[in-house]
Design a protein around this ligand. Structure first.
Ligand SMILES: Cc1cc2nc3c(=O)[nH]c(=O)nc-3n(C[C@H](O)[C@H](O)[C@H](O)COP(=O)(O)O)c2cc1C
Length: 204
């Protein structure tokens, strides 16, 4: 079974990546295959709202999205790691989640124009195990964390928590110091244990 972890920060090897990698390392210890994906390296434009994915079942924008969507589809578990930017997730992660969530809905459903009530058959992410992680210097965690939770819970996924919200506190003055956040490391390690537990139960 495979778990992918997104570092949604533009910064390589920053605080978000440290905590995502902490979770992936814990999952590797339990025998999971893992992959870290850095959004900073990727070209992902925002959703254009063209709705062509409703019919074509693919995104009309030609950038790195298709590769990332495929990775998400193939993974059993997805960790969404994000820094907090003005109490929000940053734009590239939002662009990925908008496009993945919208396309992921239409690859398994049809638009019913004559009826305002949908009977959803699920999404491309149905049954996947998702864990959000946010990292902030001080405040705004809950809004960004909620954005990730709302994406996970509208997309028919199984969300994993921990013994506290899956958040880290780090980054004063741009420091990369999430390794000093021992409480955060404990929370994220426990979250990874929960994710491993759920994935193994689902497989059996
Ligand atoms: C543009 C920008 C906006 C930020 N907004 C917030 C914020 O709203 N609240 C907060 O506590 N920290 C904020 N920070 C600090 C980062 O969330 C923090 O440094 C985090 O550890 C960065 O993670 P990274 O190293 O993975 O990029 C902001 C940083 C930047 C660059």
């Amino acid at each position: 079974m495979k778990v992918i972890g997104f570092n949604g920060s533009p910064r390589e090897k920053g605080n978000t990546e440290f905590l995502v990698e902490t979770a992936l390392e814990q999952l590797r210890k339990q025998g999971f295959e893992t992959e870290l994906v850095r959004l900073g390296d990727k070209n992902i434009d925002q959703c254009s709202g063209c709705y062509s994915c409703v019919e074509k079942k693919e995104c009309s924008i030609n950038d790195d999205f298709a590769e990332l969507f495929q990775k998400m589809i193939e993974a059993d578990g997805i960790i969404l790691g994000s820094p907090v930017y003005h109490a929000s997730i940053p734009p590239k992660l939002k662009a990925l989640l908008d496009r993945a969530g919208f396309l992921g809905r239409w690859v398994v459903n049809e638009m019913k124009s004559e009826d305002s009530t949908y009977q959803w058959k699920g999404t491309a992410f149905s049954g996947k195990v998702v864990a959000p992680i946010t990292v902030a210097r001080r405040a705004g965690q809950t809004f960004a964390f909620a954005q990730l939770l709302l994406w996970a819970t509208v997309n028919d996924t199984i969300v994993v928590g921990s013994n506290y919200w899956n958040v880290g506190v780090a980054g004063t003055g741009g420091k990369v110091d999430a390794d000093q956040d021992t409480e955060g490391i404990g929370i994220i390690t426990h979250m990874a244990d929960n994710m491993g537990y759920v994935l193994k139960k689902l497989k059996n």
